[in-house]
Write a protein that binds this ligand. Structure first.
Ligand code: FE2
Ligand code: FE2
Length: 327
């Protein structure tokens, strides 16, 4: 619903009020908002921020694992890891496309990332010193991503929700391949078991931080929930994730590195230690183990890809010219 350009201020206000009522009605019915629909500016901005951050996370998230493609212990592992990293590139591209339907250009988003102005998930600023990190990332990081993202398949904004459906299918494959890497290591030598446990120790807390700050320190959550973008609070999702991990850790034979982790019958939830948010904030502020390295690599990749963008633009130009000549 778009306001005709020649409307007076008064009738434009009237138009916006009617459009807002229609928007509110769609949200109340748990229906979908599509790119052609009128939407409040704050809703559009929130979505652009969330979807572009999500896209950047997928793209930066390729780095910690691509680091291991050449060193994967077998041809089979190499093929699986390559497919997984390639999936993450695809996720980034679906999500950039979804954000573009909200009126932001892909180049603008890319530039924000390259300039270090855009956020992406802090988790990708940790390093991957051992092969077991590939297992721990798949099991814990992709696992946390699934918990976060399955409810997003029902996000009120159509293009985002639809992108998430496809992404979640691939994320569950990622989680299983990570679990399977750890399982194989846990059934191996003492050194392999130690390597797997060490990776779980390093990734467990950062993966819990992926759900964001505690509910009482998450000011934007309530609005996102009212708009049906978010369906569960950060703490609810974190609980759900830990509940999923505990039985899987038992099958693996790994210990989750929290001495206070215990089922609380009364609350019907897990008790756990306090999360070290100072660490989270340090990484968020750019002082994590690999923040500078991740951005440097992204800039390099962007520069290396300049000729591809130029060639694609030139090809598109020639195609358009040819079509014009035929018409
Ligand atoms: Fe992904
Ligand atoms: Fe993934």
């Amino acid at each position: 619903m778009t306001a005709p350009a020649d409307l007076s201020v008064a009738s434009r206000e009237e138009h916006d009020e009617a459009a807002q009522a229609l928007f509110d009605d769609l949200i109340a019915k748990d229906s979908r908002i599509e790119p052609r629909d009128w939407m409040p500016e704050a809703y559009r901005k929130t979505l652009i921020r969330q979807i572009s951050q999500h896209a950047h996370s997928e793209i930066i998230g390729m780095q910690p694992e691509s680091n291991w493609i050449t060193r994967a212990p077998s041809l089979k592992r190499k093929a699986i890891l390559m497919a997984k990293v390639q999936d993450e590139a695809g996720h980034g591209l679906y999500l950039y496309s979804a954000a573009q339907t909200l009126g932001i250009g892909r180049e603008e988003m890319m530039q924000q990332l390259i300039d270090g102005k855009a956020r992406y998930s802090s988790i990708f600023n940790y390093t991957t010193p051992t092969w077991a990190d590939m297992g721990a990332i798949g099991w814990l990081v992709d696992g946390a991503a699934i918990c976060n993202q399955v409810p997003l398949c029902r996000a009120s904004y159509g293009p985002y929700g639809r992108a998430m459906v496809r992404i979640c299918k691939e994320e569950s494959f990622h989680q299983r391949q990570g679990f399977e890497i750890l399982l194989e290591l846990m059934q191996g030598s003492e050194a392999q078991r130690e390597m797997a446990q060490d990776a779980v120790n390093r990734w467990y807390w950062p993966s819990l931080m992926m759900f964001g700050p505690p509910d009482d320190q998450s000011p934007n959550s309530a609005q996102s929930m009212a708009w049906n973008i978010k369906r569960f609070s950060n703490d609810e999702l974190r609980q759900r994730f830990v509940g999923m991990l505990v039985p899987q850790a038992e099958v693996l034979g790994v210990t989750l590195p929290d001495p206070n982790l215990a089922w609380n019958e009364e609350r019907q939830a897990y008790d756990m230690s306090e999360i070290d948010w100072t660490e989270f904030n340090e990484v968020l502020a750019g002082r994590g183990p690999a923040n500078a390295e991740r951005l440097r690599r992204r800039r390099e990749a962007h520069d290396d890809g300049a000729w591809v963008r130029e060639a694609a633009a030139e090809y598109a130009r020639k195609q358009a010219e040819r079509e014009k000549a035929v018409a």
